[in-house]
Ligand binder design. Structure first.
Ligand SMILES: Cc1ncc(C[n+]2csc(CCOP(=O)(O)OP(=O)(O)O)c2C)c(N)n1
Ligand SMILES: [Mg+2]
Length: 585
């Protein structure tokens, strides 16, 4: 295969239009900034796969090969979340495509840029019961920002150009640069025999000038498309206000709360759980009549999902709500009572002035101090009685005592630093952490788009791997995943790593209580037959995690006591490991 100056391959040079098309398409994705590709094996997608292998060989992409497409999808999601770049997923035809659906839904609801290259049979093989052939285009329905069913290339002169424009349209739609609505994109690519031909690439070809300059111009067109939301909403002083930060809120929420002098009720996975205005114990305080009961206005950043109290407050008569989201097309709107939707918000001069008045200071001070008192009381309940005369019997007993959920949440939070990453699974432990951990500027992720217990291991591996690239010290940390036992077992297949690929510096901390104890907190658990609750909600399991870890080549440790836990969290982690923490039901 030869390539003239300008980077465009000769047509049909390789002997397989499928390969030539794949070179043009993937080369353009690289020029557009894609760095991570997740691939699952299959025959129909071989041209894409072999070009990916070439791109990896010449150092243009990081390739991640995963057997199970469900895990592959979530791995891509984690990589995209951490890197901030769109990630490609390559798979073959048939059920392989459907296995991407859970990750596509999560990416849809959390606005993550993910581009699926799903190989398909050409039109003449569809609808005639030919092997491994189903209706792939449109399979994901409204969850994709763009879905293109691309006919099989046959070597026509226009095909490289078509491939390049396909890559640009896909990247544009996935990143939401124009629509302000990032999310998944499906390019359904039909391929005909010969399904591939040998190909050799050079970095010069891929980094050639053809793509970048032009596509940058395409991608930087006017941004605002949404007509309903205000671009920047100025929030005036007056009403008793709280700032709510849910998933995706980020440091803007903290800055906004500080500038307006308002209490900041930030979820643990909001990216805004820090600063002088933080109210960690917000759930209890929202229930208090002299604080939560007096709220007149809420300004919401991100997507709050961890409490019932927040939506209940917003749905309440007499509370006026402003919801702020820089991207996305579906708006948080409990009780459909939200008054203003905005892409950004800032306190106006009257708000800044009101923050300095005795009234303003008292409102903020009461929230912040009450929260600190509640946290201190909680910490005292969990703390080890200390003496200055060596270790007392109580101290020894406390160090040997079994680990509790609050203890686990505190210990993980304490051992995480700004260059580390923390990932929470859905279920109980994230809620325990949300109720109690103090402010700290660390990177926390949780799949809260749909709050599934699926794909959690793969997502965390993606975050770990993406965090390990780039400059130090940000790339030198450890990723810790805090999950329940069922959540780990649901995605156990994602422990399967590929020899020769970088190992994730990931510690999976699994709180093992033998089943789904979150269901014990449901009202029905108090009224229904205990055996029935056990059987169809709790779903007991007795899997041997040590053996599972060994089977997949992960190192394993057990932390039965507080001292075990502290030791396991502070010793360095070179590679993938599982720490099992037994918890009582
Ligand atoms: C894909 C998916 N299936 C089912 C659920 C419902 N669900 C929520 S929590 C949970 C059990 C989680 O158990 P575990 O991970 O052990 O956490 P625990 O509640 O014990 O802390 C289930 C099945 C879900 N969120 N996602
Ligand atoms: Mg459990």
């Amino acid at each position: 295969m030869t390539f003239p100056a300008g980077g465009m391959p000769d047509i049909g040079a390789s002997g397989s239009p499928a390969t030539d098309f794949s070179v043009s398409l993937l080369g353009e994705f690289v020029r557009l900034g894609v760095r991570d590709v997740v691939l699952s094996p299959g025959a129909r997608s071989q041209a894409l796969a072999l070009v990916c292998a070439e791109l990896e060989r010449i150092g243009q992409i990081r390739l991640h090969v995963r057997l199970d497409e469900r895990g592959a999808g979530f791995l891509a999601l984690g990589l995209a979340v951490e890197s901030g770049r769109p990630t490609l997923v390559v798979c073959t035809s048939g059920t392989a495509v459907a296995n991407l659906h859970p990750a596509v839904l999560e990416a849809h609801h959390s606005g993550v840029a993910m581009i699926l290259l799903t190989a398909d049979r050409p039109s003449e093989l569809r609808g005639i019961r030919s092997n491994q052939t189903t209706l792939q285009p449109g399979l994901f329905g409204v969850a994709t920002r763009l879905c293109i069913d691309e006919p099989a290339p046959h070597g026509a002169g226009a095909e490289p150009g078509a491939a390049i424009s396909l890559a640009r349209r896909a990247t544009d739609a996935a990143t939401g640069l124009r629509s302000l609505d990032p999310g998944p994109v499906q390019l359904n690519l039909a391929f005909r025999e010969p399904l591939s031909a040998p190909v050799t690439l050079t970095p010069e070809l891929i980094s050639g000038p053809a793509g970048l300059a032009e596509s940058a111009a395409v991608l930087s067109e006017p941004i605002l498309s949404a007509d309903r939301p205000e671009p920047v909403f100025l929030v005036a002083g007056g009403p008793r206000t709280v700032v709510i930060a849910g998933t995706g809120a980020g440091p803007e929420a903290e800055e906004f709360a500080r500038a307006g002098g308002w209490p900041l009720l930030a979820e643990v996975c909001s990216g805004a759980r820090f600063g002088p205005n933080l109210v960690s114990a917000y759930r209890e305080l929202l229930l208090a009549s002299d604080l939560g009961g007096r709220v007149e206005r809420a300004v919401v950043f991100g997507h709050p999902t961890l409490s019932r109290e927040v939506p209940a407050m917003i749905a309440r008569e007499g509370v006026e709500t402003i919801v702020v989201a820089p991207t996305g097309s579906e708006w948080f709107n409990p009780g459909r009572r939200v008054r203003v939707f905005a892409r950004a918000a800032a306190p106006d001069a009257t708000a800044v002035e009101a923050a300095g008045t005795p009234d303003g200071r008292e409102w903020l001070g009461r929230w912040v101090m009450s929260s600190r008192h509640l946290l201190a009381a909680g910490a005292a309940r969990e703390s080890i009685p200390m003496s200055d005369r060596g270790i007392t019997r109580e101290e020894l007993a406390a160090m040997r005592a079994p680990v509790t959920r609050p203890m686990l949440a505190d210990a993980v939070w304490r051992s995480s630093w700004p260059h580390d990453r923390l990932v929470f699974g859905a279920s109980r432990l994230i809620r325990v952490a949300d109720r109690r951990v103090p402010g700290k500027k660390i990177s926390v992720h949780s799949n809260r788009g749909l709050a599934g217990i699926d794909g959690t291991v793969a997502t965390a591996i993606g975050i770990a791997l993406a965090s390990q690239t780039g400059p130090a010290p940000q790339s030198t940390g450890v990723t810790r995943l805090v999950v329940g036992d069922l959540t780990l077992l649901h995605d156990i297949g994602s422990l399967l790593l590929t020899p020769g690929e970088a190992l994730p510096r990931l510690q999976i901390i699994v709180g093992n209580d033998g089943g789904g104890t979150i269901f014990d907190g449901l009202e029905v658990a108090a009224s229904a037959r205990a055996e029935a609750i056990n059987r169809v909600l709790f779903t007991p399991q007795q899997a041997d995690l040590a053996n599972l870890a060994a089977a997949y080549g992960w190192s394993y440790g057990l932390a039965a006591s507080r001292s075990d836990l502290e030791r396991a969290l502070t010793s360095p982690h070179a590679g993938p490991s599982i720490l099992e923490v037994p918890l009582v039901r």
